[in-house]
Design a protein around this ligand. Sequence first.
Ligand SMILES: Cc1cc2nc3c(=O)[nH]c(=O)nc-3n(C[C@H](O)[C@H](O)[C@H](O)COP(=O)(O)OP(=O)(O)OC[C@H]3O[C@@H](n4cnc5c(N)ncnc54)[C@H](O)[C@@H]3O)c2cc1C
Length: 376
Amino acid sequence: MDLDLGPELLQIQARARQVAREVVEPHARSADEQRRFDRWIVRELGRHGLLDERASALARTLMLEELGRADSSVRGFATVQVELVASALAKWGTEAQRGRWLPGLRAGEVVGCYALTEPEAGSDVRSIKTLARRTNGGWLISGIKHWITNGAVADLALVFAVTTDGMTAFCVPTDSPGLEREPMRGLPLGHRAADHARIELRNVKVPDDAVLGEVGGGHRVAMGALGHGRLGVAAGAVGVLQACLDACVDFVRWRRQFGRRIGDFEMVQAALADMAADARAARLLVREAAWLRDQGRDASQAVAVAKLFCTEAALRAADQAILLHGARGYSSEYPVERYWRDAKGMQIYEGTAHVQRIVIARSLIGRDPATEAPPS
Ligand SMILES: Cc1cc2nc3c(=O)[nH]c(=O)nc-3n(C[C@H](O)[C@H](O)[C@H](O)COP(=O)(O)OP(=O)(O)OC[C@H]3O[C@@H](n4cnc5c(N)ncnc54)[C@H](O)[C@@H]3O)c2cc1C
């Protein structure tokens, strides 16, 4: 594994950093306060090549880290669009499906969402109830999905449903008759500028060629996409960690108490040092997992470790960042409270911290054939 990114990757990183700083970051606070999903930012990301699933895994983590440093809502959008939706289409889609959806997804002209979670099926994805029944020349899909990122604005939904052969993935245009969506109720703790929806499907008819992958192969599609998505979340968490460190370094240099910069107090220095150590370790974990993926090697344990460590380290950093900012950190005047609210969500979606620990432990000890399959 080469730690030197090389000129091409450095250029991608620099471009992503510039877009994140000039396009995304200036709107992060107002978008969070107004719960505003900015569709024009999506097009800008597309225009600058930040939504292209054909980039290497390493290049994509570099882009997502930069977006995460600026705004986790925008990074969350991009993770779903690229890692969950486009990567699944690229891997499992027919030529017709890829031709129909991928150019628009890459350009940011089409928005995708990944509809797996249901009110009664969260971590236990195999227990989904959404049903797809065969009908003349196609399928009728019925069920309820919730907490779907991009759900209310998406043009395309990847919907996972139960079929007689197991779980199957479907490409469902969101203007299909019978598909209704509404924003999730309640004020979310974080990711307030992201779009989260409840989607109800009532006998939504799709043709046979809407099946993504094989009939009955939906679990593999879902888990493969989540493998990409979890790495994207880990990369976004590294961005949050870095943003916390940047904010604290700046703050402790100017804030003075007891006649000294607060950065000269040892307890403050220890917090900064821990944050810097976590940031370096987290970034290396993401790089390793991306490198394994780019080599075509098994990255499942490395991805779960990266997702677990980076999201929890981001949360620790954001917690300390609020403390170091004192009362200022407790207000939206400074960004650190948003980092904390967003980091908490990262610990939950695309497999909670508990689920990542299960994945890691299972890769160490294997499944017990005598008992039921543990959760995915
Ligand atoms: C901001 C946000 C965006 C999201 N976006 C999407 C999206 O785009 N698409 C989508 O399909 N879903 C999305 N989700 C849903 C998300 O994936 C689920 O919330 C997550 O998988 C957890 O499911 P749950 O909320 O039902 O919790 P549950 O599964 O009910 O878990 C509750 C608690 O029990 C623990 N638990 C469950 N099973 C076990 C076990 N076997 N061992 C130990 N602990 C366990 C969990 O870790 C958790 O702490 C999103 C959620 C959020 C918050």
